[in-house]
Design a protein around this ligand. Structure first.
Ligand SMILES: Cc1ncc(COP(=O)(O)O)c(C=O)c1O
Length: 371
């Protein structure tokens, strides 16, 4: 496969149209089809056509958010889109970045600037939290989770010098930590996955998020954006001063971890203008219903065991009479895996709005009922 890609850097170039046609063909033939009706594996939805078209145009104009004069439109759009979203999270300012790994790093960095000495997070928090603590030279205290995968509040000790990271939608099983205040010096909510629920009828699942000091959101998950698109939001506008660097070649201070940044807010703006809040909510609510339907099937079928009721459209289960390895191999195109209490479970995430859940149920049935 892929022998047609030169093994060595070509010395001479070729006709761009020909190359484009070849590369298009490679992309279309060899990419994972994340929008297919049976794909329910990861937190990665397919890109809506409107966003894909805008991204192409954005790349042509190649604006840079680092310099207001190189992003006259993009700077205004970023502010406008952030202003649309802030009220859902009780925040007052923020910016886009390339992913929630960077959003988490930015928020924890800001917490450190405000005096936080340690990072406290559940053992199910995303690895980016441990990475951020490591990069920032902060001690990471890991707290046990309860049977539903939520940070066990009874195990929290003194948080006066801590940045507490709560997760709204854990990567492994979609659990939402108790987001109510805890007395931490700084509370950051990693809502990379579940944040967009705030714009739906399921908003109350994230109640308490508005009390946080900062929030991370992956727009390339449930806001349906192409990579690399995420947001980090802050409760207090003034907090951003601590992570702003001006001077030198800059006409305006550079805020956050990244320097040069592309105009990721423009495709999100276009998507939200094309769908409206209601169109976004309708897609996410369909996914929540898909996950619930699949979970009901897995809970009631005698050959499968549902780990727990899905809270944010992440379904975890295993076969009762078959080897987990076999099921993961047989259903590899529709599922992923996760480790819970050192055991492997099948994981299915309803991120793809084109899922036909009955088809997925048939696939699972076919496998678990076979001799
Ligand atoms: C809860 C959570 N936080 C952070 C991240 C990291 O986000 P990214 O992959 O956008 O860097 C993920 C990714 O899956 C996640 O699930």
């Amino acid at each position: 496969m892929l022998e047609e890609i030169p093994f060595e850097l070509p010395e001479l170039g070729r006709e761009p149209d020909q190359v484009f046609s070849q590369v298009s063909n490679l992309i279309k033939t060899h990419s994972a089809d994340i929008g297919a009706a049976w794909i329910m594996a990861h937190m990665d939805p397919p890109t809506p056509e409107i966003a894909a078209k805008v991204v192409g145009l954005n790349a042509e104009y190649n604006q840079n958010l680092l310099h207001p004069d190189l992003s006259p439109l993009a700077t205004v759009v970023e502010k406008r889109v952030i202003d649309w979203l802030l009220p859902y999270f009780g925040m007052t300012d923020g910016h886009f970045c390339a992913g929630s790994t960077i959003a988490n790093l930015t928020a924890i960095w800001c917490a450190r600037k405000h005096g936080a000495k340690t990072v406290v997070a559940s053992k199910d928090a995303h690895i980016s939290v441990a990475k951020a603590a490591d990069i920032l030279g902060m001690k990471l205290d890991t707290v046990a989770v309860d049977s539903a995968g939520k940070l066990n509040r009874d195990k929290l000790t003194n948080l006066k010098e801590a940045c507490l990271v709560l997760t709204a939608g854990t990567t492994g099983r979609g659990a939402v930590d108790d987001l109510s205040p805890s007395g931490a010096l700084w509370t950051h909510v990693d809502a990379a996955w579940a944040a967009p629920l705030r714009l739906t009828k399921y908003s109350d699942i994230l109640d308490g998020i508005e009390k946080a000091d900062s929030v991370a959101i992956s727009a390339h998950k449930w806001f349906y954006q192409p990579k690399d698109s995420a947001l980090v939001l802050f409760k207090d506008k003034k907090a951003l001063r601590h992570i702003s660097y001006g001077g030198s070649y800059l006409a305006a201070p550079n805020v956050g971890v990244q320097g040069s940044r592309g105009a990721a807010a423009i495709p999100l703006m276009a998507t939200l203008m094309a769908w409206g809040r209601s169109g976004l909510a309708q897609r996410i609510e369909k996914s929540m219903a898909d996950a619930e339907k699949l979970a009901d099937f897995l809970r009631t079928h005698d050959a499968t065991e549902l780990k727990q009721k899905p809270e944010t459209a992440v379904v975890t289960w295993r076969p009762k009479r078959k080897e987990i390895k076999g099921v993961l191999a047989a259903l590899a195109d529709t599922s992923s895996q996760t480790q819970i209490d050192d055991e492997v479970w099948v994981r299915q995430v309803a991120a793809n709005p084109f899922i036909e859940v009955d088809l997925i149920i048939l696939k699972i049935k076919g496998y678990v009922e076979s001799a």
